[in-house]
Design a protein around this ligand. Structure first.
Ligand SMILES: Nc1nc2c(ncn2[C@@H]2O[C@H](COP(=O)(O)OP(=O)(O)OP(=O)(O)O)[C@@H](O)[C@H]2O)c(=O)[nH]1
Ligand SMILES: Nc1ccn([C@@H]2O[C@H](COP(=O)(O)OP(=O)(O)O)[C@@H](O)[C@H]2O)c(=O)n1
Ligand SMILES: [Mg+2]
Length: 182
């Protein structure tokens, strides 16, 4: 699943897991868990995330791969949230793990994303939910992540979902896209 910061990826992923039982792996959450552990590596990651930049590709990919392996026996399928963030991340994923079956592209206007993140920032405790970092995350999203969508579009696996609608209406479109796969 791809989409800008605050577009609603986490919200939709939670609903997908509830309905389909897939294993949800959020690259952002995995990174935040490492930060919370207080490790030396976590401290380095925190500094990068605070600036709204991307952490080194291998770090994220190794974390995703380890988390996938840990669930391999029981998983009904994987739902990967917030990855790939740049074309190179997608290419490396395919080399080390495999090709995705579907890319859900959660799409909202920049203005909507900023509003949602500022609101979430009042309670999230996320150090990157502040005006300055949000702006950097958005800039990087348009520069690095949007090309990822074009890359997968050439393979016909992208489903673009308008997330300006209420959560349940967005989810109804998501369900259609997933069920078409089956
Ligand atoms: N109105 C409306 N609000 C939404 C929708 N989806 C998410 N939100 C709100 O927008 C905020 C951001 O949603 P998240 O699901 O955390 O977004 P995300 O894409 O995971 O964001 P990052 O973790 O920053 O990548 C939350 O506070 C949600 O309550 C939606 O479909 N409609
Ligand atoms: N694949 C990824 C995912 C997250 N990240 C980092 O983790 C931060 C939070 O990611 P996230 O997916 O939770 O949130 P958004 O930036 O999408 O709002 C990003 O701003 C990046 O600094 C990364 O570098 N590479
Ligand atoms: Mg999220």
């Amino acid at each position: 699943m791809a989409g800008g910061p605050g577009s609603g990826k986490g919200t939709q992923c939670e609903k997908i897991v509830e309905k389909y039982g897939y294993t949800h792996l959020s690259s952002g959450d995995l990174l935040r868990a490492e930060v919370a552990s207080g490790s030396e590596r976590g401290k380095q990651l925190q500094a990068i995330m605070q600036k709204g930049e991307l952490v080194p590709l291998d770090t994220v990919l190794d974390m995703i791969k380890d988390a996938m392996i840990a669930k391999a026996d029981v998983s009904k399928g994987y739902l990967i949230d917030g990855y790939p963030r740049e074309v190179k991340q997608g290419e490396e994923f395919e080399k080390k793990i495999g090709a995705p079956a579907l890319l859900l592209y959660i799409d909202a206007k920049a203005e909507t994303m900023v509003q949602r993140l500022m609101k979430r920032g009042q309670t999230s405790g996320r150090s990157d939910d502040n005006e300055e970092t949000i702006k950097k995350r958005l800039d990087l999203y348009y520069k690095a992540t949007e090309p990822v969508i074009a890359y997968y579009e050439t393979r016909g696996i992208v489903r673009k979902i308008n997330s300006e609608l209420p959560v349940d209406e967005v989810f109804a479109i998501v369900v259609k896209a997933i069920d078409e796969l089956k």
